[in-house]
Design a protein around this ligand. Sequence first.
Ligand code: GLU
Ligand code: MG
Length: 449
Amino acid sequence: MARARTPKRPRGGPSGDELVLLAWNDLVAMTRGRAVPVSEYASRRAVGINWAMAGHALTPFEDIADNPWCSMDEVHMTPAEETHVRFEVGNGQPAFNMALCDAITTDGGTWDSCPRGFLKGAIADLRRRHGLELLASPELEFQLVGGTLPEATPFSLEAFRLMPDLGQRVVEALRATGCQPETYEPEYGVGQYEFSCAPAFGVAAADRIVLAKEVVREVARRAGLRASFTPKPYPNRPGNGAHIHLSLWSGGKPATHDPSRPGGMTEKAARFAAGIVRHMPALCAFAAPSVPSYYRLGPHHWSAGYACMGVTNREAALRVCLPSKGTAASVHRRFNLEYRPADGTSSPYLALGALVRAGLAGLDEKLPLPPLVQEDPHDMGEARRRELGIRPLPTSLGEALDALRADPVVCGWFAPNLLDTFIAVKRKEIALCEGLSPNDICEKYRNAY
Ligand code: GLU
Ligand code: MG
C-alpha cells in the first residue's frame, strides 16, 4: 500500500502559507504586529497593514493609557524591507519570519509619533547639520527564566558549559538574521547571560537591537525557557543593562578618536558627549523607562548613578571605551562611547533618537567637554560632585518623567502627541505598580519583557 506523502515544500524557501509578521517595536519596547502569509507579503510591502493609532498608547500590560487618538485614526504599518529576517527554528516548528514597519499616514508621510521615524529624523539632522553618521552597537544582558536553570558561579566556564547549546544556537540565529553577533558570555547572575553585536550605521543599529532581542527570546522559547530583558529580574540579584556603544563617522571615516585631545576624543565627539551629559536626567525617561529600571540604576551597580562621563569608568553614565590592542587605524575605528543607563524596557528608537538629539544639541552649541571623572562618582562625596557639576540621575520613573518635563529642550525634540502619549503610558505603568511589592513588580516586568 502506498504511504501517505507529506506535501512537498518548494526547495530553498518558505511555503506560501508560512506566516511573516509585520511588526513594530512601540513606545514601551514591545514588538507587536500582524502576520500575513508569505505569498501575500510582496503585495503587502507597498500598502502595509492598518493599525489604530491608539494602539501606540498600550502599556506592556493589558491596559492602555489616555491618548489623543480616536477610534477612527489609523496608520499604515509598512515593512522596511531591509529589516526582513527569517531563520529556521527546527523541531518542525514554523520559521521565525518577520519585518519591522514604519508608521505611515494616509497621505503617505511618516507619522509624527512613529518611534522609528523619530530616530530617522534625528539621524538625518546629524548628517545635514554636521556631516556626521552614527555607528552604534548593543551590549545586551538577559535573564533566563523557567525550566531547570543551572546554578553556577558568575562568569564561570561552568555557567557557560552548563548551557553550551543555547549559546551556540543564539549565535547561529543572530548570524542567520544578520545581527552580526560578536561575543556571548555568562554574566554575574545565576541564569544571566550577555551578548554583543557588531555596530551598524543609523536606524539599522536600533533595528538590530529590536531584532536581536526577539531572536534570542525565540531561541530560548524553543529551549523551553524565557529570555527576559527586564532591568531587574529579581530585587536582590544583578540587573540587566542594554548598554549602547556609539561612535561618529564622517565621509566614511571614523571621527570620534583623537589621541592628542582630552579623553582621546575629537572636538566633535567631545561636543556630542557634552550634549548627552547635559541632558542625562531627562534622557533616563527614555533609556530607563520602567518602574524596575530604578531598582537597577544607581551607584555601585555598574549601571550608573550620576550624570557624568569618564574614561573606562564603569560607574560613569557615559564611558569612553578604549579598544583593546590593535593597529592605530583599528583603534581609531573601534574607539567609542558607551551609554550605560539604558535597559531592555527602552525603545531603541526613542533612546537612540534622544541620544542623537542630545549630541546634536551639544554640537550646535559647541559645548565644552564635561569633566572626565576618573573615580567612583558616588564615593567622591557631594561637595566634590557639586564642584564638578555632577548631578544624580533620577531614582524612580516618576522622577525621570519630572526631569523630562523640566527639560524644555528635550521635550521640544518630540511631536506633542508622541511626548504626551509616552508620558501618559509611563504614568499609567507607575499607577499599575502602586501597592505592589518590589518582588511583584520585578515579576510583572520579568513576565512582560
Ligand atoms: N549588569 C550591569 C548593568 O546593569 C552591567 C555590568 C557590565 O558592565 O557588564 O548595567
Ligand atoms: Mg555585562
